[in-house]
Design a protein around this ligand. Sequence first.
Ligand SMILES: [Fe+2]
Length: 131
Amino acid sequence: MNKLSEFVKSADWKSEKHVPVIEAPSRVKSGEWFTISVTVGKEIPHPNTTEHHISWIAIHFAPANGKTTYEIGRFEFSAHGQSAAGPNQGPVFTDSTVSVRAKILTEGTVFATAYCNIHGLWESEKVLTLE
Ligand SMILES: [Fe+2]
């Protein structure tokens, strides 16, 4: 393997806890705001410990017939129970769910990428059409 994309895994999110689940309307109006939510561990919870956690989620949009993707947002989860008292003894944990508002002017596909510090990169996609 010599391309990053060869390491990005995908699966059915109902049976694989690492797959980011994209929730957004399938049909939207051009130029109207809507919400995109992405969750890792929606059906099967993913661990959230100092040793094993989701580090970040990135969301991209690829216009239909376009030649590149556009980054919508990137979200880092920085608190996983680490503290001076030891692993998982900290007072705060961040969970791997995010929401962002967006509007599109052309149909396309939303891609979500999630990174687990143990199990690597995972992706999913959702097609958006215009009303
Ligand atoms: Fe993991």
